[in-house]
Design a protein around this ligand. Structure first.
Ligand SMILES: *Cc1c(COP(=O)(O)O)cnc(C)c1O
Length: 398
C-alpha cells in the first residue's frame, strides 16, 4: 500500500475530534470503523493462542470498534488511557472501585449525581469504604476533612441538578498533597469545555449517554485516567468485565464527530433561554454558571471553555398544583430523566431529603432544564403559556 502521510499531532480541538480514533485504510478506506460483534477471537497457531499474540484476545477485552472510541477519547482528554462502560453510572462505579479498598476513606461532593451517592451508601459501605460528604464550594478548605486513610476525592462540576461550581484545581492540589486520587464526573462540560487532566483530575468520568450520544438513543460511559491511575482502572474494568454493547459504541463514535458543534448550539440556546428566564416575574433565580450573577461564575470563567445546555431555575413560591399545571401542559418540553439530546427537557427536583453536608432550601420549587435545538421563540411561547397556567392556578387557590 502507498505510504500514508503521518497525522499531525499539534492540531486544534475540532480537527482532533474529526480524526481521533479513525484508521480508514485499515478497513478498505471506509471512513468509519464498523461494528465488530464477537466473543471468540481466533489464533492461527497453538503458539499464538498460548501467548495470546495479537491485538485482540476476546470480545470482552475489546474489539476494533471499542478500541476506536477508547483511542479517540484518550486523545480528546489527553489521558494515558480510557476504558468504556455500558452506562454513565457503570463508569462511575468502575472508576471508584479502581482506586479504593477496604478501610479507605472517600470524600464525596454533596452535590453529586444521586445514584453515585447511592453506590457509596450501599456497595462501598458494604465493602468497608467510608464516605464523607463535603460542601461542593469548599475549595481548598477540603484540607480539614482529609483523614490519614483518605484515598480519593470525588468532584462533579457543576453539581447535579443544583449546579454548584467547584474549584477543582484547588481541591486537587490539597488532595494530591495528601496522596489521594482525584476523580471527577465531567458529564456536564465534556472534555471539550473542561479539560479534566490539565486541571488536576486523575480519573475523569463521562456519561456518554448524554452529549456523546446527542440523540437520547444509547447508554454508554467513558473513564479516562492519567499515568498514575490508568493501570488500576484497566484492571478494575477487566475484573468487572464492564464491556459496553458494540452498537452503542458505534453510535458513540458517530456522535463524537459532531459533539463540538452540538455543544456550541446547546450553549447558545441555553444561555438565551436562561437570560430570558431571569427576566420572568415567576422566577426567583437562574442557576447557570455562565451568568455573571451566578455564585461560582468567576471559577467557571477561569477553568471552563464554555457552558452546555443544562441549567436550573428556582421559582418564586407557588403551590404544587400550580407547578403541575405549568408542567403538565407543556407541549414542546418533554419531562423525563437523562438529558444531552437534541430535544428540550424539564424536570422538577428537590435535593432536600438526601443532602447531608449542605442544606437545600432555595425558597421555592426548582426546575432543571435541558435546552435542545428547537426554535427559541417556540420554546419561550411554550413556557410563557406554562407560566400563565401557573399564575392562574395560584390565583384560583387564593
Ligand atoms: C446521567 C448521568 C450519569 C449516569 O449516566 P447513565 O448513562 O444514565 O448511567 C452520571 N453522572 C451524571 C452527572 C449524569 O448526568
Amino acid at each position: 500500500m502507498t505510504k500514508l502521510p503521518p497525522k499531525p499531532t499539534n492540531v486544534g480541538e475540532r480537527t482532533r475530534i474529526v480524526h481521533a480514533g479513525r484508521e480508514p485504510f485499515e478497513q478498505h478506506g471506509f471512513v468509519n470503523t464498523p461494528i465488530y460483534r464477537g466473543s471468540t477471537v481466533l489464533y492461527p497457531t497453538t503458539d499464538d493462542l498460548l501467548h495470546r499474540r495479537g491485538r485482540y484476545s476476546y470480545g470482552t477485552k475489546g474489539t476494533p470498534t471499542t478500541h476506536a472510541l477508547e483511542t479517540a477519547w484518550t486523545e480528546l482528554t489527553r489521558a494515558a488511557g480510557t476504558v468504556l462502560a455500558p452506562s454513565g453510572l457503570a463508569a462511575v462505579t468502575v472508576a471508584l472501585m479502581s482506586c479504593l479498598k477496604a478501610g479507605d476513606h472517600l470524600l464525596m461532593t454533596d452535590s453529586v449525581y444521586l445514584p453515585t451517592r447511592q453506590f457509596c451508601e450501599g456497595m462501598l459501605k458494604k465493602f468497608g469504604v467510608e464516605t464523607t460528604y463535603y460542601d461542593p464550594q469548599i475549595g481548598a478548605g477540603i484540607a480539614h476533612l482529609i483523614q490519614p486513610n483518605t484515598a480519593a476525592v470525588f468532584t462533579e462540576a457543576p453539581g447535579s441538578q443544583s449546579l454548584e461550581m467547584q474549584d477543582v484545581p484547588a481541591i486537587a492540589e490539597v488532595a494530591h498533597r495528601h496522596g489521594a486520587v482525584v476523580l471527577m464526573d465531567n458529564t456536564w462540560a465534556t472534555p471539550l469545555l473542561f479539560p479534566p487532566h490539565e486541571r488536576g483530575v486523575d480519573i475523569a468520568i463521562e456519561a456518554g449517554t448524554k452529549y456523546l450520544s446527542g440523540g437520547s438513543d444509547l447508554l454508554l460511559g467513558m473513564v479516562s485516567a492519567n499515568e498514575r491511575c490508568f493501570k488500576d482502572l484497566r484492571k478494575a474494568y477487566e475484573a468487572f468485565s464492564m464491556c459496553p454493547g458494540a452498537e452503542d459504541v458505534f453510535l458513540g463514535l458517530r456522535g463524537l464527530r459532531t459533539m463540538a458543534l452540538r455543544l456550541r448550539e446547546h450553549e447558545r440556546q441555553a444561555l438565551d433561554l436562561a437570560r430570558w428566564l431571569e427576566t420572568r416575574p415567576e422566577v426567583a433565580q437562574v442557576l447557570h454558571p455562565a451568568l455573571e450573577t451566578y455564585r461560582g461564575h468567576e471559577i467557571w470563567k477561569r477553568d471552563f471553555k464554555g457552558s452546555s445546555g443544562l441549567f436550573s431555575v428556582i421559582l418564586k413560591p407557588c403551590s404544587d398544583k400550580a407547578l403541575a399545571a405549568m408542567l403538565d401542559g407543556l407541549a414542546l418540553f418533554g419531562m423525563g430523566y437523562s438529558w444531552g439530546g437534541f430535544e428540550s427537557l424539564v424536570i422538577p427536583f428537590n435535593c432536600a431529603s438526601y443532602r447531608t453536608a449542605t442544606r437545600w432550601a432555595p425558597g421555592g420549587p426548582a426546575l432543571r432544564f435541558h435546552i435542545g435545538f428547537e426554535d427559541l421563540d417556540d420554546l419561550k411561547r411554550d413556557l410563557d403559556a406554562g407560566f400563565a397556567r401557573l399564575r392562574e392556578a395560584d390565583a384560583e387557590a387564593a
